[in-house]
Each structure stands twice: as structure tokens, then as C-alpha cells.
Design a protein around this ligand. Structure first.
Ligand SMILES: *[C@@H]1O[C@H](CO)[C@@H](O)[C@H](O)[C@H]1NC(C)=O
Ligand SMILES: *[C@@H]1O[C@H](CO)[C@@H](O)[C@H](O)[C@H]1NC(C)=O
Length: 252
């Protein structure tokens, strides 16, 4: 009996240390575009990172955070389980790899945009006064969510934090309101941060990526944008397909 109760106690301790309470209840919040969001220094500073981005990109990044926060607020289970500060920073910084500012510190020549975004966010968080306290698991969740967000279909099997960051990012895909986002908050977010330019802005960014660093776009979601719209762009010879079918002439 003693043995069993020791095991039971250990079990509880292990569960508690594997799934630390995110401490959401203790975080300061504010109302932003009609949505209650966490308002810590690192979340404020993450917003400052993207404040001079193209308005389409800045608004897209903020909408993913706010749509996600509105959906989380509407579900007590999600609100108690998701690390809200991690969610905020991940969403706000998820598209650093789309920054078309000349000489952008976030853009590499060799990496696809999701990796530029993930590496940039890691660099930034690790250098931040509060971010220095983030543990490896939190950093890895942020990186994973950003790195996976351009490859639809990979979220099953990931932890809830990564899954819901991916869900939040997808909330801003062109199309109708996802029913997980309450209508009132959806409308107040769009009133402040209109989304009419999301399709054209994404298109322009991906055409730019295909034109300026084609080698980082083959075998990615960006490739067809290069094929369709960038003169001289050809993925043929660079695709995984070509490894298996070298010299195949039947495709264009
Ligand atoms: C809240 O979210 C959880 C996890 O996604 C889901 O299983 C549950 O059905 C949701 N609850 C409500 C009331 O929507
Ligand atoms: C995408 O960009 C190409 C090249 O600039 C342009 O021809 C096309 O109309 C754009 N599509 C959208 C939806 O903006």
C-alpha cells in the first residue's frame, strides 16, 4: 500500500511537471480590437517588431493572434490549457519571413520563409529580457508552429499549443469566418484590421520570394507562384519528383 501510494504521488508529481499550468490567470490583460488579450512586456515588444511592416502583413499577423485569442476566450478548456503568452508571441512573429523591407534582418537567401520566421523569432525571444527565461519546450513549440505553418495538414499529433497556433494562423486564410471565432469579436477585429488585402498581399510576397530566392521555394507552398508568375522560374530539376524521375520531359 505504501508502495502504491508512493507511486500514485510520484505519478501526480510527474503529471504536474510535464504539464505546467501556463499561469494564464496571473497575466495582465487588455482589450484590443474588442478582444481580451495578454498584455505582458514581451507581447508588447513583439508587436513593436512588426509595427513598420507593410500594413497588410502587420494586420495579418495581428489578426491571427486576435482571432485565436477570441476563439480561446470562448472555450474554458482551451483558455486553461493553452499558454496564452506563447500563443501571442508565436502568432505575432509567425511571418517574419515575409518581410519585404529592403535589407530585412529576418530574410536569408537560403531558407524557406517558415524557417526564416522560426529562426528569427527564436533569435528575438532569446535576446529579450523576459524571453531569456523561456525554457527549451516553449522555444521549441514556438519554432515548430512557425516552421509548420506553410505546410498544411501537419498539425495532428502535435501538442495543443502548436496545434492551436496553427489553427489561429489558418483563421486568417481568405474565406468565411471560422465558427470557432465568435461573431462579435470577429466583426470588431475586422473593423480595426480589415482583411481585403490578404490574398493580394500573400500573392505579392510569394511571387517576390520566388523571384528573389528561388532556391528556397522549390518543393514548398511558394513554388507554384514562381511557376505561374516569375519569368524564367523553373523548379524542374530541383523537385523531389526529379530525384525519382531524373530527366522526365513530360511535365512543364
Ligand atoms: C473546447 O475545445 C476543446 C478542444 O479543442 C473541444 O474538445 C471542446 O469541444 C470545446 N468546447 C466547446 C464548448 O466548444
Ligand atoms: C499575383 O501576382 C501576379 C504577378 O504580379 C499577378 O499577375 C496576379 O494577378 C496576382 N494575383 C492576385 C490574386 O493578386
Amino acid at each position: 500500500m505504501k508502495f502504491l501510494s508512493t507511486i500514485a504521488t510520484l505519478g501526480l508529481a510527474v503529471t504536474a511537471s510535464c504539464t505546467p499550468k501556463p499561469g494564464n490567470g496571473k497575466l495582465p490583460t487588455k482589450i484590443f480590437h474588442g478582444v481580451e488579450v495578454v498584455d505582458t512586456q514581451i507581447v508588447r515588444d513583439a508587436q513593436a517588431v512588426i509595427k513598420d511592416f507593410d500594413p497588410f502583413l502587420k494586420h495579418h499577423s495581428l489578426r491571427t493572434w486576435l482571432f485565436g485569442a477570441a476563439a480561446i476566450n470562448a472555450n474554458a478548456t482551451l483558455k486553461s490549457k493553452i499558454d496564452l503568452e506563447l500563443h501571442a508571441v508565436t502568432c505575432i512573429l509567425h511571418d517574419l519571413g515575409w518581410d519585404m523591407t529592403p535589407g530585412s534582418e529576418w530574410i536569408s537567401q537560403e531558407h524557406r520563409f517558415e524557417v526564416d520566421g522560426g529562426l528569427g523569432a527564436l533569435r528575438w525571444v532569446k535576446a529579450h529580457k523576459q524571453g531569456k527565461k523561456w525554457d527549451e519546450i516553449r522555444l521549441e513549440k514556438m519554432y515548430d508552429a512557425i516552421a509548420l505553418h506553410g505546410s498544411p495538414g501537419l498539425s495532428p499529433g502535435k501538442n495543443l499549443d502548436v496545434q492551436f497556433a496553427l489553427t489561429s494562423i489558418a483563421f486568417d486564410n481568405p474565406g468565411a469566418r471560422n465558427p470557432l471565432i465568435p461573431e462579435k469579436e470577429y466583426n470588431s477585429i475586422l473593423a480595426g484590421l480589415p482583411n481585403e488585402d490578404i490574398g493580394a498581399g500573400t500573392n505579392q510576397t510569394w511571387v517576390w520570394l520566388a523571384a528573389t530566392k528561388p532556391g528556397a521555394t522549390y518543393n514548398t507552398i511558394v513554388e507554384p507562384f514562381g511557376t505561374a508568375f516569375v519569368p524564367g522560374y523553373s523548379a524542374i530539376g530541383h523537385r523531389v519528383f526529379d530525384l525519382i524521375n531524373p530527366g522526365f520531359q513530360g511535365s512543364s
